[in-house]
Design a protein around this ligand. Structure first.
Ligand code: S3P
Length: 166
């Protein structure tokens, strides 16, 4: 392993939990980009969306990814689910790390939905059909990766599969 390990995938695919497990196993630092953004504003993601809007959140997300990727330190980095909407983030991550796409099926993901809503502004006030549409549309942005890992079977199993590749 000689590069950062970067995790992408839809909200609730387990990026943070899996990232923490891998970092612990490899004894390297773990960075959660959403957490970095929240620290930068001193606000929760939902509050950032409410007070500044999504565009501003995305600008900060890009800044944070560029900052994190500007050094060669080996780290495990968990991205927010919308980070790969931005081509510049996709390119920065592909160049500076090994990108793992955590893929989760709709049937499994649906069971996590209720627990995600309070902290995910993009899921709030939406019907299941609308959320399904976002889920389907989003799959396209995750087409840039080095490895695609099925994340239906829980964080431990997903982490194990990633560790076999690094
Ligand atoms: C978002 C995903 C969230 C967070 C924000 C926007 C998205 O991260 O960055 O709510 O656009 O998919 P998680 O994937 O960690 O939930």
């Amino acid at each position: 392993m000689h590069k950062k390990i970067i995790l992408t995938g839809f909200m609730g695919s387990g990026k943070t939990t899996v990232g923490q497990l891998i970092a612990k196993e490899l004894k390297v630092p773990f960075i959660d980009v959403d957490e970095e953004i929240e620290k930068w504003y001193g606000l929760k993601t939902t509050e950032i969306f409410q007070q500044f809007g999504e565009q501003e959140f995305r600008r900060t997300e890009l800044d944070q990814v560029k900052r994190i990727c500007s050094n060669t330190e080996i780290q495990v980095v968990s991205l927010g689910g919308g980070a790969f909407l931005q081509e510049e983030i996709r390119n920065t991550c592909m160049e500076n790390g090994t990108v793992f796409y955590l893929w989760v099926s709709w049937d499994v993901w649906k069971q996590r939905l209720d627990s995600l809503v309070p902290s995910r502004p993009l899921l709030q006030g939406k019907t299941e059909n609308e959320i399904h549409r976002i889920f389907t549309d989003r799959q396209k942005i995750y087409n840039t990766y080095h490895f695609k890992i099925k994340a239906d079977n829980g964080a431990e199993q997903t982490a194990k599969e990633i560790l076999q590749e690094v």
